[in-house]
Design a protein around this ligand. Structure first.
Ligand code: FUB
Length: 372
């Protein structure tokens, strides 16, 4: 992955913000007063928290409060590469707020990779769900196999808790039939839950064909520009919320002519970061385009798709990755996203939130993460 090239002056400070019950160790090395990007643009929003780095924010409303399940970025000293090895996260911490813009509580460690029997490393973007008194934390990590790069295959695990902040107890094995990364669980009005997941390049989706993994497979999708793009995945969950109810399906994105978006169409093709929400009876499938750094949306009539491509939701943020979630709260819609404002390093990101608006026809005006 692309390396950030513009260094910031380093000011190590304890950025004591709105935090209770959290580890107060300052992890950030940032200029606390930086409200402009290195190129002079002004950020649209400020980080939710500054004591720790948080990314890939999956937001939910549970019992009237807003909970955010982010990746917990750390600096493991791993250089940037196209496989994402620099994203060497080891645990999860949950954020809680009573209202958007209010104080944010950082929870204690909710799950540590050392407590997950099947996982070796890289606790990437998680999500959460609630059902019948139990909270479910879904998380990707590499298993203990070795591919051509000496790295494990990504799988998706689940852990449970009676408390939305955790701690979560992991199942001994990953979800049977799961693979790749970036799980996002959407629960429809009838109570049926679906998991959307997958990512190409470092997320390994291109190595999976008909349910079989090739540990020597390609590290990118660049070999199939003229073919239909590799699709993200969707699968219905069993009522136990720990297993898949059916074989995994493709979440296909079609262009305006009803043709599958092509692999070479990097402004539109799926890369990672699935998130689905429902509005006006329509299913909005949202995702990141990876190497072109957009968050996009496509609309379908049912949870499986196909989804018709509509446009960009979020223009490129500062940093290589873009990953988001969308919730309705207090009569408005909100986009949670991340950027590298506090570090200017691709792997040390900060979650943010801003309002998401809709046009009368259900389309979404693109958000610029910088002020005009
Ligand atoms: O945080 C690690 C990876 O970076 C996520 O899983 C991707 O979505 C990207 O944000």
């Amino acid at each position: 992955m692309r390396r950030a090239t513009i260094p910031l002056a380093i000011l190590s400070v304890c950025l004591a913000a709105c935090n209770s019950g959290a580890d107060n160790r300052a992890e950030t090395e940032a200029n606390a007063s930086a409200t402009r990007a290195p190129d002079g643009r002004q950020y649209l929003a400020q980080p939710l928290v500054t004591e720790i780095y948080t990314a890939d924010p999956s937001a939910h409303v549970f019992d009237g409060k807003i909970y955010v399940y982010p990746s917990h970025d750390i600096d493991a000293g791993v250089p940037d590469d196209d496989l994402g090895n620099q994203y060497a996260m080891r645990d999860y911490r949950v954020l809680r707020m009573d209202q958007i813009g209010g104080p944010v509580t950082i929870g204690p460690v909710a799950l540590d990779v050392k407590d997950v029997p099947w996982a070796s490393q890289q606790m990437w973007a998680p999500d959460a769900a609630y059902k019948n008194g139990t909270y479910y934390l879904y998380f990707p990590a590499r298993d203990k196999s070795k591919d051509k790069n000496g790295l494990g295959a990504f799988r998706i695990g689940v852990a449970t808790s009676k408390n939305p902040m955790g701690p979560f107890v992991p199942e001994p094995n990953y979800i049977p039939g799961s693979f790749s990364m970036d799980p996002a669980v959407f629960t429809d009005d009838d109570g049926t839950s679906y998991m959307y997941f997958g990512g190409i390049w470092g997320g390994q989706l291109q190595r999976w064909k008909n349910g079989v993994y090739d540990p020597n497979g390609s590290d990118t999708d660049l070999m199939q520009d003229d073919q239909p793009a590799i699709s993200g995945k969707v699968v219905r969950m069993n009522p136990d919320m720990k297993t898949f109810a059916e074989p995994v399906r493709d979440a296909v994105i079609l262009d305006e002519r009803g043709q599958p978006v092509k692999g070479g169409d990097h402004d539109r093709r799926f890369f990672e970061a699935s998130w689905v929400f429902k509005r006006g009876g329509k299913y909005y499938y949202t995702y990141s385009t990876g190497d072109t750094h957009f968050v996009n949306y496509a609309i379908g009539d049912n949870p499986y798709g196909p989804f018709i491509y509509k446009g960009h939701i979020l223009a490129p943020v500062q940093g290589w990755t873009s990953h988001h979630s969308i919730i309705e709260w207090n009569g408005k819609w909100w986009l949670f996203y991340h950027d590298t404002q506090l570090s200017n390093k691709n792997h040390l990101r900060s979650a943010k939130v801003t309002e998401l608006k809709f046009n009368a026809d259900g389309t979404i005006p693109m958000i610029n993460p910088f002020r005009p």
